[in-house]
Unconditional design. Structure first.
Length: 223
């Protein structure tokens, strides 16, 4: 892989942090870059260092109606919620997100785990948890922020979300952004369905079954 391709891969979040830092440095010093390319490489180095040094705390919530759930929190809120999978896979996922250096901590996640557990058990109707979407693209953030506005007990279509963010033709892109939602449940992508009334996609191994469970929990009756 060429140095430019390594640098591009870092920008897309595909490399692990140590490789990302090496690739960013190589991209900066391995050729005679333009001032704009040098600035981009320097930003990549700074972001990579921040990812290596900033902790992101995670833990697992067991025994939920949806199965085990991994959660991770950074300095500004939840950065990831993931169904199923091993601890190693979740740590790798956090690296790919660029959320920070993973550290497991029951104490750091205790309050969030209680809130999410109560919600999934039907003992609470509100999830007022902060999320940190800063590591996502601008388009992804707009889609997810708009999705957070969909009230409990209601559903909207992918086309409606696209229209609400001012890009009515970007229905497919909206669907992709929601399928890659790093904080499902809290950012309620399960409340977004296809225009024909079908469920549409969802994350995790059980996919539509989980989406249907969440909608039923929230009082949405779908045939």
């Amino acid at each position: 892989m060429s140095e430019q391709k390594k640098y591009s891969a870092w920008l897309e979040g595909q490399a692990t942090p140590p490789d990302a830092l090496t690739s960013a440095l190589d991209a900066l010093y391995g050729a005679d870059p333009s001032p704009a390319a040098a600035r981009r490489a320097q930003q990549a180095v700074h972001a990579s260092l921040a990812g290596l040094l900033t902790p992101v705390y995670y833990d697992r919530l067991d025994h939920t109606p949806l199965g085990p759930i991994w959660l991770a929190i950074g300095g500004h809120g939840l950065v990831a919620i993931e169904y199923d999978g091993s601890e190693a896979n979740f740590r790798n996922y956090l690296f790919k997100l660029g959320a920070g250096q993973p550290q497991r901590s029951d104490a750091r996640l205790a309050t969030i785990k209680r809130s999410l557990s109560a919600y999934l058990a039907g003992d609470s109707e509100r999830l007022g948890l902060e999320v940190d979407l800063s590591h996502l693209t601008e388009f992804q953030r707009r889609v997810l922020q708009e999705t957070r506005k969909v009230p409990r007990g209601q559903v909207v279509s992918y086309a409606q979300i696209a229209k609400r963010i001012g890009q009515p033709k970007a229905v497919r892109a909206v669907g992709q952004a929601l399928r890659r939602n790093p904080v499902p449940i809290v950012v309620p992508c399960h409340r977004v369905i296809a225009s024909d009334g079908s469920l549409g996609g969802y994350s995790g191994r059980l996919r539509s079954r989980r989406k249907l469970q969440l909608l039923r929990l929230e009082g949405v009756a779908l045939v």
